[in-house]
Design a protein around this ligand. Structure first.
Ligand SMILES: Nc1nc2c(ncn2[C@@H]2O[C@H](COP(=O)(O)OP(=O)(O)OP(=O)(O)O)[C@@H](O)[C@H]2O)c(=O)[nH]1
Ligand SMILES: [Mg+2]
Ligand SMILES: [Zn+2]
Length: 309
């Protein structure tokens, strides 16, 4: 039987729904592992192109036999499993969705998303729930991101503000939506395309955050491209970046690296560090430098664990 290739829409309990032409097939992955990708938490994610064999006796069922090389992927480190976890594969754009107040705006979360995207694909910072207003502080942080070269847009799934422009911008692209639980990823996707009919959850009054309503990633073909809804992420641990190279992934730090005295400067305690000096002068936002330190130590911890453990 010939081996075909299709696109993975979603996977639940090791059963993947694969689109092949107009057909949808339910494909299993033998032993949950894929040859050559054994070290990954999930070797197959929405957006992957996979080879499969259709079961001869069962129409609509099949077995995944391999994965095409990825153009790119958005992944994060799964601390519990000590392995990288892929959220979406083969994307043109990552939409980092945020809300101004409920849940609170968290620039350090965005910092981490930007690192994982740097050099791979563009990111759009999309602030939803504009009907709830926006503080001056959030505006300033968004302008800071813009000055670093990252675009942002504003919208509201509730009032429809910004949605037509967003539609025009996303048309034809494959865009994955990521963000904390409750920022409105599924809501804004439903507004873009009501037939998606994605499940939406309430914000917890007590914790001012979402309730992790979406529990698996799904690729939704749309307007000649695709939109990918993903489960809310509480915290992003980085992967695929070496701690000692981290500063090179932050465009606002890059210009000052050359001013460091030591060629292998880590921008922490070293004397005559261009990056730290710039942060002290205010040429780098103090919060971005703080973010750098946290991410650096986070990466170092994972590197140490994997060296000895
Ligand atoms: N006021 C207001 N509420 C919104 C808006 N968009 C979404 N919400 C509300 O925010 C809550 C969470 O929305 P979801 O779409 O479930 O959020 P999510 O990001 O998909 O959350 P997870 O699936 O848990 O990651 C729901 O109560 C929505 O009605 C908006 O533009 N304005
Ligand atoms: Mg959701
Ligand atoms: Zn330095």
């Amino acid at each position: 039987m010939s081996i075909e290739s299709g696109i993975v829409l979603y996977g639940i309990n090791n059963i993947f729904t694969v689109q092949y032409g107009e057909k949808l097939l339910e494909c299993r992955l033998k032993g949950k592992k894929l040859k050559g990708h054994e070290k990954q938490y999930n070797p197959i994610a929405p957006g992957d192109r996979v080879f499969f064999k259709e079961d001869s006796g069962h129409a609509g069922k099949g077995m995944i036999t391999g994965r095409e090389d990825r153009r790119n992927d958005f992944s994060r480190w799964n601390k519990k499993r000590n392995s990288p976890q892929t959220v979406a594969a083969n994307i043109d754009l990552l939409v980092c969705l945020a809300s101004p107040d409920s849940p609170p705006f968290r620039p350090r979360f965005i910092d981490r998303v930007l690192i994982m995207a740097e050099d791979h694909f563009p990111v759009l910072i999309l602030v939803n729930k504009m009907d709830q207003g926006m503080t001056e502080d959030v505006k300033i942080r968004l302008e800071d991101f813009k000055a670093m070269g990252y675009d942002y847009r504003l919208c509201s799934a509730k009032t429809g503000e910004g949605v037509d422009e967003l539609k025009a911008f996303l048309k034809g692209k494959t865009a994955a939506f990521v963000g904390q639980s409750g920022v409105g990823k599924s809501s804004i996707l439903n507004t873009l395309e009501p037939s998606f009919n994605l499940r939406v959850g309430e914000i917890s009054d007590k914790y001012n955050r979402g309730r992790h309503t979406t529990n698996y990633g799904i690729l939704l073909p749309w307007e000649g491209g695709a939109l990918i809804d993903t489960p809310g992420i509480r915290e992003i641990h980085l992967c695929g970046v070496e701690a000692r190279n981290l500063a090179r992934f932050m465009p606002d730090l890059v210009p000052f690296i050359d001013e460091c005295n030591l060629p292998a400067c880590l921008h922490i305690h070293e004397p005559n560090c261009g990056v730290r000096d710039a942060a002290e002068r205010g040429d780098i936002h103090p919060d971005r430098y703080e973010s750098y330190l946290r991410m650096y130590y986070g990466l170092l911890e994972i590197e140490e664990e994997n060296k000895y453990g």
